[in-house]
Ligand binder design. Sequence first.
Ligand SMILES: C[S@@+](CC[C@H](N)C(=O)[O-])C[C@H]1O[C@@H](n2cnc3c(N)ncnc32)[C@H](O)[C@@H]1O
Length: 435
Amino acid sequence: MANFNDKFLLSFEKDFNVNYPKINSVTYKSLVNYASDLDLPIQRWYRYKEGYSIKLVDQILTKYNVKQGDLIVDPFCGSGSTLLQAKINKCNSIGFEINHFSAFLAKVKTQDYKKQDVALFIKEIANLKKVKSKQKVNIPKLSTIEQLFDNDALLYLLTLKEKINQIKSKKVSDLLMLAWLSILEESSNYRKAGNGLKFRKTIKKTIRDQEYVKNLFFKSINDIQSDLNFAVEISGKVNTSVIEDTCFNLSKYTKKNSIKGVIFSPPYANCFDYTEIYKVELWMGSFVSEYSDLKILRKKGIRSHLNGYEIESKLAVESVPELGALVNKLSSKKLWDKRIPKMVEAYFNDMFRSMTEIYNGLKKGGFCVIIVSNSAYGGVIVPTDLLLAKFAKHLGFNVSSIEVARNIITSSQQYKETEKYRGYLRESIIYLEKN
Ligand SMILES: C[S@@+](CC[C@H](N)C(=O)[O-])C[C@H]1O[C@@H](n2cnc3c(N)ncnc32)[C@H](O)[C@@H]1O
């Protein structure tokens, strides 16, 4: 079997039309990043760090001449960026998401609103301004909860939550709940960093007490209120649904050959565990109430992390032999965790399974655009963009191009180890068409 790195990657890449950005300023860089959406209505309601810009979705819809009423699907919809732009462009859309917290964001951002909802929303803000902390509230069972929040801030947050849950209008309480969820990270003594939560070093400088939380909450509400007229304007024109199920079940919810376009960014093969990174939102928002709930969620997701599993099929290595060579190469290395080669194989089994569902659901002439990052372990590149493209070709897709959006930064050790292969450490956009 070929040695995965030497010359192999290059010859592998020659199978596809890989385009590197020539000038830095014209890359897709800002569009594969959520940060550029922080001043856009509705998108700014929650900063979903793993999300992309709705401007990228708009470009893709335009490129493929998507018409009003066409069906767009996002099998990994996260916070709903694809669905929101599809709605703005008057396309029907369906998103799949297994994380209840993310699915909630996607749903609240894309559901229909009426003028009456706005009036009720404004009325409830006045009531919430009067809220005083209760001393007895239901505290989530997350073991680290007391380190995560200042006691005063925690009591205030949980009292607010109780009040929000008592609101009769479901749409209004959803909007307020989203505002509440959006400030949890900033209200706490931790921040999301890499694949987990890190305590803030600057904790002494900022006192995250009740007053601080209150200001954050009403600022977030203010943003939502300012955007609600736009939300009303785009309402009632198309169907948007968020399905809380794995995209492996896509064919249960969509007809064969019915989808015009699929746009998504899946989890990456980077040991990232979404249930870990969003655990505070999941517990605080009562999306999980026991550790067993968290475990169930983790099991449903694409296996991009190291939390124990078996390889149940040979789908991936049999379809794309290059993957077998890569897994062997990784197995021959001393890596920081010995489960990594298995994770890589399991990840591609899951991704190939998802792509088969997507291929079957697409119409002839339909398209699929995937935004994905490569990774590296022990100096070995995991060229996810090329492997997904190879599998797409195996399924019958035309791989039109792979556009490199930006280079990615790994740990300094990986950076040294992968010097020769730096061009492969990248985030790419894969363009596929079903002929
Ligand atoms: C990179 S994020 C998508 C972000 C999204 N494009 C946005 O802009 O908000 C990938 C998402 O896939 C979800 N996910 C993981 N496994 C899944 C599965 N089997 N089915 C559906 N969603 C899944 C994760 O919970 C995560 O929210």
